[in-house]
Design a protein around this ligand. Sequence first.
Ligand code: PHE
Length: 364
Amino acid sequence: MSGQSKDQILEQIAGLKNEMQESIAAASSAEALQDLKVRFLGKKGTLTGILKGLASLSGEDRGAVGKTANELKLWYEGANEKKEGELRAARMASLATEEFIDLTPLPSGLVMGDSPARPGTLHPTTILQRELEQIFTKMGFAIADGPEVETDFYNFEALNFTDDHPAREMQDTFYTKDGTLLRTHTSSVQVRTLQKNGAPLRIVAPGRVYRYEEIDASHEHTFYQMEGMVIDKKVNVANLLYLMQTLLKEVFRRKVTVRLRPGYFPFVEPGFELDMQCEICKGKGCAVCKHSGWVEVLPCGLVHPNVIRLAGFDPNEWQGAAFGLGLTRLVMLRYGIEDIRLQMNPDIQFASQFTRGIQLQEAL
Ligand code: PHE
């Protein structure tokens, strides 16, 4: 076999470098680059083939050609790597425009860690509050809001509780160090709204209230109310009772057994306690109704003339009806919850059983 000369082999190597250069420049994907590498440097590759010719060279020449071949290999690897980097960068740049992925149809937040997160549900108090707000809105009421940290004036004085009024004792109060208090009822919102919006007026004020109470199955220091007030030129007890009956019928979606007793509240005259037969024991007596068979749900009355006067209106011209719905207690009656403390409990399993299946999105 006629051996090749050193120069011939070096020429082949130089030619190969040109071919490599052009091929790399033309490669348009990582796969193409990989194929080229096999073609040029693989066991059956071009360079290996050229180097077979080394056998016929003298030791000195073989060393020189071997060095050149090695340099070519190193150069190739560098060029290959550079091209890989360029292709990767180009791919990333095109991803943003060419492979736009629309994530909007995917449910958001449904995976937490490795396990799917459950969809949120509404607390039974929130469900009932929203339902009542709808009922009242249909009856022409506006929803009013007010502060939970209240002044003595709006919580007591404007509602006809004088300084030394024994009725203040009825509502054990949390006082703050600076002389304000945590509202003991949402009646505090009534005078605020009357002062602000004027008469005639129809409002309900839903919200959280606080009492310094010993906690048991039917008493909490924190609970929810929804108090309402109607101020108009002519309001009487018949109007009030009709309103209360309509309300309870809407809430329970059936006729409920109620009884009316005289009740005392400084801001109404006359005042009533409207009791409902206990839904939990059906009147037989249980912890919720303190074994009486009846639960107070709706204290109400005609607004005391002093309250109307203190809000800046003439009680000879304006009259009113007011009622205080115990939202928390109503939730217990409606869902048959025997212990009021469960409602403030942060147990999600408790809260979610009333709304199973309702997706937060739907409910909002
Ligand atoms: N504000 C009273 C309470 O929380 C309830 C009430 C409201 C009574 C309206 C009569 C009229 O106890």
